[in-house]
Design a protein around this ligand. Structure first.
Ligand SMILES: Cc1ncc(COP(=O)(O)O)c(C=O)c1O
Length: 405
């Protein structure tokens, strides 16, 4: 039975695979702690629920314009004015079924076969797969040793005549690091000058800690947006804890948006009107949910980092935002996949191997769960790795004996 060679090369989503392994261990009654999650556990804002419910009760749930309903487009324009200090026109906005679909449709809009897209390691796992699905070539820029922020020189060294775009995610999944305003400025100005599309994946841009401020990339782009190579992707998934609603959007020049709408028209027709109304409710409603989530995550970050510091020989970069951190575990095992499997089997803790993000020797740990899970999860990791830990611990009501070095 023959299948597409290209499709067969697409890697299984590591996070979804880990979720299903954790679920099956839980079903066997094992008390698994999930430090691999990629979504906040807080409730969806009431304004989003009410808005979606009002739409549902009309009983008229039909196709919408492919680019999104006007009220959502307007809400996104207002959001962009407030948070990015940039006024864009309705023709510069396209709504999609999540930021992931926005990135997929964008890559389809931008790439000819064989053209290159630069990704900055550590990068989000889906970028290389999406690029390859569209016959593009992912090109990785590694950060300097011991850092999670690339340099402009490192980026320039990877630019070739085939470079079509660069994708930037700051604050970053998986490291939690926010790139400096200087680097964002250098990237945007360089790309505008060279005619390289610069895609800003801003899905975590308000989840920032320590009173730091997030730099709007528009500050460094061409004032005339129609001739700018800057493209912004964002959505409601992370900031509003609305991952299941699948609403994201793209802000780009009219030329890019027009082609992107044709791409979307032939694959999804439009995002669900009920979910679009929910996003209108979230964006136009009370914003205290976002701030409360940010405060909770900052507290969780502090707890996780303090706990991790008790594990000897770990190298930790304190995250500036998001709900992830990416400690360097290479003193224990340079193979992150092996280490992640070991921790799942021995300590029943889910982590995501750094190799999936282009950075071996690290593990991504999430702090979007409960404080108890963070404390117990890190304590179990410490117990499994540190040879000076007690020989046995209780996980649930099971006594586990440490019979490895
Ligand atoms: C960096 C990054 N971009 C995009 C997405 C996708 O977001 P959405 O749920 O809106 O598709 C994620 C989700 O994990 C992400 O981490």
């Amino acid at each position: 039975m023959s299948l597409s060679k290209l499709a067969m090369k697409i890697a299984e989503s590591p996070t979804l695979a880990l979720n299903s392994k954790a679920r099956s261990l839980r079903e066997q009654g094992k008390p698994v702690i999930h430090l691999g999650a990629g979504e906040p556990k807080t409730k969806v804002p009431a304004s989003a629920i009410l808005s979606a419910a009002a739409k549902l009760t009309t009983g008229e749930i039909r196709y919408t314009p492919t680019k999104g309903i006007p009220t959502l487009i307007n809400a996104i324009i207002k959001y962009t004015e407030k948070n990015y200090k940039k006024t864009v026109a309705p023709a510069n906005v396209v709504v999609s079924a999540g930021a992931k679909q926005a990135i997929y449709n964008l890559m389809m809009t931008l790439l000819n076969p064989g053209e290159e897209v630069i990704m900055l390691a550590p990068y989000w796992v889906s970028y290389p797969e999406i690029i390859k699905m569209l016959y593009g070539v992912p090109v990785t820029v590694m950060p300097p040793q011991g850092s999670f922020e690339p340099t402009i020189e490192g980026i320039k060294a990877k630019v070739s005549e085939k470079t079509k775009a660069i994708i930037v995610n700051s604050p970053n999944n998986p490291s939690g690091v926010m790139y400096s305003a200087k680097l964002i400025q250098e990237i945007v100005e360089y790309c505008e000058d060279k005619g390289i599309y610069v895609i800003m994946d801003d899905i975590y841009h308000k989840l920032i800690f320590d009173n730091k401020t997030w730099p709007s990339p528009f500050a460094y782009a061409n004032d005339d947006f129609e001739s700018s190579y800057l493209i912004v992707v964002n959505g409601v998934s992370k900031l509003y804890a609305m991952t299941g609603f699948r609403i994201g959007w793209t802000i780009a020049s009219t030329k890019v948006c027009k082609v992107m709408i044709n791409v979307a028209a032939q694959n999804t027709s439009c995002p669900s009107p009920v979910q679009q109304e929910a996003a209108v409710g979230a964006l136009n409603g009370n914003q205290s949910n976002v701030e409360n989530l940010r405060l909770t995550l900052e507290n969780n970050r502090n707890i996780m980092i303090n706990e991790l510091k008790t594990i000897p020989n770990l190298k930790i970069t304190v995250p500036d935002g998001t709900f992830y951190c990416l400690p360097d575990f290479s003193a224990y095992n340079k193979n992150s996949n092996e280490l992640s499997q070991f921790l799942l089997e021995k300590a029943l803790v889910v982590s995501v191997p750094g190799g999936e993000f282009g950075l071996e020797g690290h593990l991504r740990l999430s702090y979007c769960g409960s404080v108890k899970d963070i404390m117990d999860g890190v304590a179990r990791i410490k117990w499994a790795l540190d040879p000076d830990s007690p020989k046995e611990i209780y996980i649930g009501d099971r006594k586990i004996i440490r019979d490895w070095k």
